[in-house]
Design a protein around this ligand. Structure first.
Ligand SMILES: [Zn+2]
Length: 100
């Protein structure tokens, strides 16, 4: 479990690019919790901007989608590999909106 978690963490960190700080926690029920925070932006109360999503692959995608939107909003010059997934992230956002 630990090895696969750190492997996932490394892979996610590469995709998220140099501005991201990726951390995967393990919840009480042994599921993963994905946290991507920004190295330069702060949110409320001087805490780093971050996306936090529980769940296996769904959680990973949800956290990464939020990160991709953060990059496109705040760091337009970024060349993070995950920006290649922007069209898919927008598609998923659209689908989520249509469900509500
Ligand atoms: Zn940022």
């Amino acid at each position: 479990m630990t090895a696969s978690r750190s492997a996932r963490e490394k892979k996610a960190a590469v995709e998220a690019g140099p501005l991201a700080r990726v951390k995967i926690d393990v919840a009480r029920d042994k599921s993963f919790v994905y946290k991507i925070s920004c190295a330069t932006c702060t949110a409320k109360g001087d805490r780093p901007w971050s996306a936090y999503r529980p769940g296996a692959d769904n959680g990973f995608m949800a956290a990464m989608d939020r990160w991709i939107f953060h990059l496109t909003e705040k760091h337009k010059d970024s060349d993070a590999p995950c920006l290649a997934y922007l069209p898919e992230a927008q598609q998923r956002l659209q689908e989520r909106r249509e469900q509500h």
